[in-house]
Design a protein. Structure first.
Length: 178
């Protein structure tokens, strides 16, 4: 059985100005599998991250949903916090209610309704997530440029300037006419 924690960020006034974050937290608490739901002014702050860690320990959470800004901005922040509490970081997902709800709506009721739907969808996603492990794959910094025109020469120069190993290939006299 899933034990999901939902954390709604006000993002100062970025989200809370348009989205009723308390209502989103209250509706999220009613979702199947959600055992903890709360809203906080700055979820990405140290106290906000500590709140997530504490909730994971107190409620034995099996997944975390953070409804806040873009995952491009703070997904790593929240996944580090979750990992710091002993939960697999890939069991943490974000609902982007800043760019997808707050910033594009003027109607507070519609923005709040959309934020509730976004959180509901991400809660369902987290229920089906599986713990993953990060892998590292070595990359050999080599490239082959085919073509000696302007684009080919520029590509070769850019790759060489980027630090990739270079080697030259010369056409053999035998293949020159074929």
């Amino acid at each position: 059985m899933s034990r999901i924690g939902v954390f709604i960020c006000h993002c100062g006034e970025n989200i809370a100005r348009t989205v009723d974050t308390a209502a989103v937290a209250a509706e999220s608490a009613k979702l199947p599998g959600v055992v903890h739901s709360v809203d906080y002014k700055y979820m990405c702050s140290d106290p906000g991250q500590a709140m997530i860690k504490q909730a994971i320990a107190e409620h034995q959470l099996t997944g975390v949903v953070v409804a806040a800004c873009s995952p491009h901005m703070h997904e790593k922040t929240f996944r580090r916090a979750v990992a710091g509490a002993g939960l697999n970081p890939f069991l943490c997902e974000m609902a982007n209610i800043r760019e997808h709800c707050s910033w594009i709506h003027e109607d507070r009721e519609k923005a709040t309704e959309k934020a509730i739907d976004a959180v509901r969808m991400i809660v369902e996603k987290v229920k089906h997530n599986t713990p993953l492990k990060t892998i590292h794959i070595p990359v050999t910094r080599r490239a082959l440029v085919i073509g000696g025109g302007i684009a080919g020469i520029q590509a070769a120069l850019d790759i060489a300037d980027g630090g990739a190993k270079s080697s030259s290939w010369k056409r053999s006299p035998r293949s020159a006419g074929t």
